[in-house]
Design a protein around this ligand. Structure first.
Ligand SMILES: Cc1cc2nc3c(=O)[nH]c(=O)nc-3n(C[C@H](O)[C@H](O)[C@H](O)COP(=O)(O)O)c2cc1C
Length: 381
């Protein structure tokens, strides 16, 4: 059969369109495949230290930078270091929050070891530390010793723990007994506050909204986020850390060329405006808050805050409650100074440092966030 030229072109054209639509539908609907694999691999190692560490890497941490590195060369020990290429100098100039994340890591490590029959004895900053900056010195030396002490019941909630970065259900308040359960989860002597009081919630919705706005319109602080955004499933699988943006709308916008770092940074673009709307929908749907303060602000205080933080997060998981830290008003850079002062006046009126501030509410189930496998984080294995 001979085809006229016109028909040939029409068929070819149709074929290309079908191919393009087919490829796009696949691209648009795909989700990350390997990025969350470490959640399913936790505990599956021969060495008890690797078993505990494979749980510890699931800990919450700022911008999901996963700044941990572990040396296992000494038998029965794990030495934790911070990867100084994974700090957030603009929004976290003294690495206070990064240190809190390392505290979360050590607490999950401790719980995992205990559930496995080991006491993890943690010696913090054995060679000293600097309040202004983290450096190459060890963050902790952990020695593993057999124990028959009872496991920590919060450990059971590690697989389901999330930071829930979605709007909460505004028809559902957070009950006082749930707030009491969070307050009961922290270590003895911790200063923790909670509130579901209407006036307080209104005030802090406005305050956290303004703090987020400042971060977004301050180019160097927003760039720190944009630099670690993983846009779409492929990027998330390739680099399983940072701020992962996934779902059909993201893939669609990416394919349409709307999700480049330049477009995301430019306040006149739709990508910037929709990003801003999405984060503000989160602050505006807070139904209650929880915060942790410390009288002093040493590295040890920050590590302990991390232990308390992950305990609160795990208790919230147990209660079926969603939780998202909103750290912007606690950050130590000049543009945030007024809100930093106001937040401290309200939450630490007698002095001290507000280490964590977080909104609470009920929200959707979300997938586990990406993680590098533990093998990528072990030195000299
Ligand atoms: C010290 C600290 C500060 C954080 N601040 C924020 C924040 O301001 N906004 C936010 O959405 N998540 C914040 N998070 C949550 C992290 O982004 C989250 O733990 C990380 O992306 C990994 O996700 P996951 O907790 O669901 O595993 C913070 C976590 C820690 C430990």
């Amino acid at each position: 059969m001979t085809l006229s030229r016109r028909k040939t072109i029409a068929l070819l054209g149709g074929g290309f369109i079908t191919a393009a639509v087919g490829a796009s539908a696949y691209e648009i609907t795909r989700m990350p495949r390997t990025a969350s694999a470490p959640w399913g691999q936790a505990g599956g190692y021969d060495d008890p230290r690797m078993r505990a560490l494979s749980w510890a890497i699931l800990a919450p941490n700022p911008h999901n930078m996963q700044p941990w590195m572990v040396d296992l060369r000494t038998e029965g020990e794990a030495v934790l270091y911070v990867d100084t290429d994974r700090l957030l100098p603009h929004t976290d100039p003294f690495s206070r929050q990064i240190t809190i994340g390392l505290g979360c890591f050590l607490e999950v490590l401790r719980m995992a070891a205990l559930a496995d029959g080991y006491e993890a004895r943690v010696d913090l900053f054995p060679n000293g530390s600097d309040d202004a900056a983290l450096d190459q010195r060890p963050v902790a030396r952990v020695r593993f010793a057999a124990t028959d002490a009872a496991p920590d019941p919060l450990f059971a909630h590690v697989p389901a723990r999330r930071s829930l970065k979605e709007p909460f259900d505004m028809t559902r308040g957070v009950e006082a007994d749930k707030l009491a359960a969070l307050e009961a989860a922290v270590l003895p002597g911790t200063e923790i506050g909670t509130s579901n009081e209407e006036g307080f919630v209104e005030e802090f919705r406005a305050l956290t909204r303004e703090a987020l706005r400042i971060e977004l319109v301050t180019p160097r602080t927003f760039k720190e986020s944009v630099d670690v955004m993983r846009i779409g499933a492929r990027a998330t699988d390739r680099t399983p850390d940072g701020i992962d943006l996934n779902g059909p709308m993201i893939e669609f916008a990416r394919l349409a060329g709307q999700m480049t770092p330049e477009k995301l940074m430019d306040p006149t673009t739709m990508s910037f405006q929709q990003g801003m709307e999405a984060v503000l929908a989160n602050t505006d749907s807070a139904m209650a808050y929880v915060w942790i303060t410390t009288a002093t602000n040493t590295r040890e205080d920050q590590i302990r805050t991390g232990a308390n933080w992950v305990r609160v997060n795990l208790a919230a998981t147990e209660q079926g409650l969603g939780l998202q830290p909103l750290s912007q008003p606690l950050q130590e850079y000049p543009e945030m100074a007024d809100l930093y002062a106001r937040t401290h006046e309200r939450l630490a009126p007698t002095g001290g440092t507000v280490q964590m501030l977080c909104r609470l509410g009920y929200g959707p189930d979300v997938p586990a966030s990406p993680r590098w496998p533990i093998d990528a984080k072990v030195l000299n294995a």
